[in-house]
Design a protein around this ligand. Structure first.
Ligand code: ATP
Length: 228
């Protein structure tokens, strides 16, 4: 289980995330909200990429904030960043093998990449720079699951993709959840989040303003627009 307690993150003097608390347990939770609401910052804080000013990030009850970045992903957190971050000159296979370094001794049950992402099988020997945007997203997901994490973070994983690829990736996220993983995502569009999320957390200015199923949040938004 992932539990975030009273998380606060500043960039300089700007408070990007304000005393935010939430839990993810056996579900896909998606942070939604306008640009600048703080979605990516929450994911980056969990991944260890931004400095946390106060609060706790508990992975199965253990606070991971003191764990440095290079050890954080080894500790059971898989991160799919918005911009994919692949080694462009390496093949797909090499990108995945590099991600496995350091986690072999973790003792966690290895996830089966071939089963979860069968569409990668024909691409293993291709250099990553030669892949389409959607294929690169698949490799980025494979890199994240190569570390056999208990918690996965997906930042705008459907952004910029053709509808058929959005459906494919939504199905992959659902399959990963079925393996017992906790999944925290961010999407700026509620429609995209609704393709795979069990629960939406709506953020404004770094704070939670609503939480519910995609249908409940859609209704709350249209009710508030109507009430204006
Ligand atoms: P988007 O959908 O545009 O990525 P977001 O909801 O993910 O938006 P964040 O990227 O988390 O929002 O940004 C939250 C706030 O922090 C915004 O006001 C943003 O301008 C600011 N911010 C984000 N990254 C930095 C940074 N590296 N330095 C300074 N301010 C930042």
């Amino acid at each position: 289980m992932l539990e975030i307690k009273d998380l606060t993150v500043f960039y300089g003097t700007e408070k990007a995330v304000r005393e935010l608390s939430m839990k993810v347990s056996g579900e896909v939770v998606c942070l939604c909200g306008r640009n600048g609401a703080g979605k990516s910052t929450v994911l980056r804080a969990v991944a260890g990429i931004v400095h946390v000013d106060s609060g706790q990030i508990l992975l199965d009850g253990k606070d991971v904030i003191p764990i440095p970045l290079h050890k954080r992903l080894e500790s059971g957190i898989g991160y799919v960043p918005e911009d994919r971050k692949l080694f462009k000159e390496m093949t797909v296979r090499e990108n995945i093998e590099v991600a496995k370094i350091g986690v072999k001794a973790s003792g966690r049950k290895e996830m089966n990449i071939d089963e979860l992402l069968p569409e990668l099988a024909s691409l293993y020997n291709r250099k990553s720079k030669l892949l389409s945007g959607g294929q690169q997203k698949l490799v980025s997901i494979a890199r994240a699951i190569a570390t056999s994490p208990n918690v996965l973070l997906f930042d705008e994983v459907l952004e910029g993709l053709a509808r058929s690829m959005m459906i494919k990736i939504s199905e992959i996220v659902t399959k990963i959840k079925a393996e017992g993983k906790d999944i925290l995502c961010a999407e700026s569009s509620l429609d995209k989040a609704g393709m795979y999320a069990d629960r939406i957390i709506w953020l404004e200015k770094g704070q939670i303003v609503a939480t519910g199923s995609p249908a409940e949040i859609k209704k709350q938004i249209s009710d508030s627009i109507r009430a204006r």
